[in-house]
Design a protein around this ligand. Sequence first.
Ligand code: NDP
Length: 318
Amino acid sequence: KVVCVTGASGYIASWLVKLLLQHGYTVKATVRDPNDPKKTEHLLTLDGAKERLHLLKADLLEEGSFDSVVDGCEGVFHTASPFYHKVTDPQAELIDPAVKGTLNVLRSCAKVQSIKRVVLTSSMVAVAFNGKPLAPDVVIDETWFSNAAVCEKSKLWYMLSKTLAEEDAWKFAKENAIDMVAINPGLVIGPFLQPTLNTSVETVLKLVNGAERFPNITYRLVDVRDVANAHILAFENPSASGRYCLVGRVMHSSEVLKILHELFPDLNLPEKCADDKPFVPIYLVSKERAESLGLNFTPVEVSLKDTVESLKEKNFLS
Ligand code: NDP
């Protein structure tokens, strides 16, 4: 079976490509620069890559760039989208590649008969930002949709980019009879295959190397291997549909700190969390739909341990 992964060099996509190759798929993987070894070497050395991985050049903002890539594929995993919080021009840096890029990929998919399903990598940021108050008895689930106006008012540009991209993707998929499933992960952590840092792993690095204090915030954590696995389950299970929130644990940073202390007593970690303001409330995210796919969430202790070990192994942390 032939499938396509967009943005294959990224953190989540690299794991997805690895697992797809392990499952015996032939993978057409898009990158913006196939000649940059930092983006490709870790993919080319994966088991099965020599035989079944094809690296192809494509750009989200180039009209028709994905036409020939998706041609002949049964599945398309659209993961490519910029994930940064610090931007100077949110429209050009985040919103256009996310929204126009997603529609660009879907337009290519609409032209191809062989495609059975498109799996879109959306995010919990397209689910949770709707202004509803959070509290310990609140359960966020797939019926929630972030509100673009709420994101815009608070200048949450990445959140806005993912919300608009998913909204437009559903509209286009419905109008063009594309079978689409969305995967909505929380903050993704766990070991990384690529040599560079992505934004979510960098968040952990900044906490453990002291660049940032443990802030008074709550994280929605999920392991990268679970995220990659969920993409494949969502493609392979014919009855999968709609959206799947992926959050293994909602945790306050003080709890993250406690686990890291226990796992890595040698790290120079602060004794406690940054401020004494009332804690941002813990709430829940439903696992029901994700577990119905057959997904078993990795314990957060394992994900944190493997993230820090990966950071050490790749010399981001001594
Ligand atoms: P990475 O930064 O590691 O990967 C992002 C990928 O998007 C890169 O491969 C990058 O390609 C590609 N990309 C960005 N802009 C363009 C463009 N204009 N044209 C083509 N490709 C482009 O991020 P993650 O792996 O963390 O994120 C992957 C997806 O998962 C994104 O859609 C993100 O929104 C989503 N997500 C991530 C979460 C997380 O915590 N990590 C949580 C929830 C959702 P290039 O290598 O060429 O730069």
